[in-house]
Structures are given as structure tokens and as C-alpha cells.
Design a protein around this ligand. Sequence first.
Ligand SMILES: NC(=O)NC(NC(N)=O)C(=O)[O-]
Length: 394
Amino acid sequence: LAGAQKMTSGPPDFLQFNNLACESVGGKVLFATDEWFAPAGNLLKREPPEFLASAFTEFGKWMDGWETRRKRIPGHDWCIIQLGVPGTIHGFDVDTSFFTGNYAPAASIQAACLDETPALALEGDRTGMAASEEQFEDVSKLESERWEFLVPINELKPGHASSCHNYFPVTLSRRVTHLRLNMYPDGGIARLRVYGVGQRDWSSIRLRELVDLVALTNGGVCVGYSNAHFGHPRNMIGLGRAANMGDGWETARRLDRPWVLETDSQGILQVPGFEWAVFRLGHPGVISQIEIDTNHFKGNFPDSCKVEVCSLTAEEEEQCCMSRWSSGPAGGWRILLPPQKLKPHNRHFYSTDALWNCGAVSHVRLFIAPDGGVSRLRLWGQVSLQMVSVLGWG
Ligand SMILES: NC(=O)NC(NC(N)=O)C(=O)[O-]
């Protein structure tokens, strides 16, 4: 699987990609046939689902997901989701957490790319608990029942801790903007996570325009890391500033730190270990400005950081992923930003005078020493069209 860190057992590789439908990157539910017990918008929440045993609403038991009525009429329930970041999808997690006697017994997922279709004003009054006639009329213009099936009808498992994740890999290289989630015939689903890589239209970029080449919205993706104990490194390329510590990359405390710490003459800690995360840029380019934001990391910011770069084809990247990046790029990593001392809860900006001249690159590795948390990584630069033809990315 190109682009994802290979894992030998356990959860599927595609979980390493970005969640393109998450509300935190702009994902939205545009329409749902029924939302009696719980609204479909919950499907896209960033936080893991929760269960509050004593929470009830006037409609029934409060549930953290999308839950429809027990159907007493023909048909099945479905909703339309607009991805926050259009892109290619590698897999889904249909998470039924806490829906046990009321989970949807089966589901399917359809997809469309509606860039060329004028946007329909589907987002309407969500206070009605079932779709109105007018909403049905609007949504029928999309002919979503004819969209391509990425996941055919599959049985789902109930939402007990041991069975709540229903993983579906996808092999489709086409760009997707909208999804239709069908549940058969009714019931509850806690979350729909849509794992993929953003794909933007680079033709609109002006020559020499500076763009954040690693941003999730520009197609950046994490392709390997050493430790993600408290937070995945992909969080660093999300939208805006981090909401809290959970919205950043945070590693566990390294256990190989000396029991009594010392620094060198520049004040950098003398420790043997470090943690790292590798990203593929959304488009190869020349990086001229870096931001490393330790927002919210106050008692657990890294002592120092360093940034390295390289250029890889898809095949070379796959080799590196297979070895968990122990075999580096053939030409080696080059230093873009030499070691820098970091501060707690602070935005650190580095421009050309702090950066070493590396030319156009496709991949970046952020080191932190010895461990800790970084909330955002921004890599501004100019896209390199030449590198696209050499490496095949973009
Ligand atoms: N106890 C329940 O969850 N009942 C019903 N669901 C909610 N949310 O009240 C149901 O079975 O559809």
C-alpha cells in the first residue's frame, strides 16, 4: 500500500491516512432521511464516541452517533456527506460504538465527484426530525442512488468495544467530493471515518505563490512515525491552530532519558533518543518558511527540533514505508532546518536565513528531541512543476 506505514498485524494500514470527512476539516452532513434519535452530524465528530448511561432526550435515549427510528414504512435510511477535503479514499471505518440493540445491521457507501455540478442548497433546517418533502425534492436532483458503490452492502458488527470498528478498504484512485452512507434498514452508527489523501487543483496556483505544501487540505499526508502514543502526527497538518493538546502530535515520555539531565553550550539537552514523523508534501516544492507551533504543550514541549528533506518516487516511498523508514532514501536525508531550541506554547517561525538550501523536495522528516508534543507544522514554499515530471507526484 503506497503511502501508508506498513503494519504487520492489527488495524489496517489505511488508518494512517487523513480523515477527509471529519468536522474539524470542514466535513458536513447535507441531508439525512431521518434523525429521530440522534443527528447524522455526529458521524463526523472528531472526538471518540461516548456513552452516557443516564442521558435521555424527549425523543429517547441520547446516543452519540446517527440514529434513526425503527422503520415501519418501506425503504432504508441514508445520508449525504460533503467531504471537508476532497481527495482519494483508501478506506472507511464504520464505527458502531455503543449501538448494541439498536445498531444498523448492514451498510453500504457510494461516492461522487460533484465539482462540476453546481452546488445544491441542501443544507437546510435540521430541526425537523425527518427530511421534508422539499428536501427530498432537492436531494433527488443529485441522483445519489446511482453513485458508484465504494462499499457494497455489508453486514455490520454491533458496537461492543471488541467489535465496533467495521473496516472497509477501498481501491479507487478517483477524486471524491461527496458520499452517500446507506444503512439497512435503519438503526445507529456512531462515526464514519473516511481515510484518504486530499487532492487539490494546483492549476489555480500562481507562479511563485507561497503555499503550505504539507497542509492536509493541499494533499499532505503522514507516511511514517516513531511514536504516536497520545496524538497522531497527522494532526499537525490540520486546519487552523490546534484546539487543544489532543489536536496535535504527542509522543510518550522516552524511557532512555538519563535520570539526571544535562545541556550543551547552546542549551540543547544531551539525550540519546528522539522521535520523528515523515510527511509526503501535497506537491513537490521548494520550502522557504517553516512554522513549528507548540501551542498547548507547556509541560511537555520538545527540547529541540530539526527538519530534514528528500525526494522520492512512489516506489521509493513504498520501500521506505515497508522498512518503517529504517532504510532511508537512496540519496540520503538532507538538513533543511538544523537543530533549534523550542519554547513551550509558542509559534516558532524560521525563514530562508535559518534554512539550508535544499532545492525542490517531495518528503520532509520532523525530528523532536527527546520527545513531547507539537501542535502544528507548516511548510510554506513554491511548487516545483519540474519535480512533478521527475517524481510523478502532484
Ligand atoms: N434504548 C434504546 O436505545 N432504544 C431506541 N433508541 C434510542 N436511542 O432510544 C431504539 O431501540 O431504537
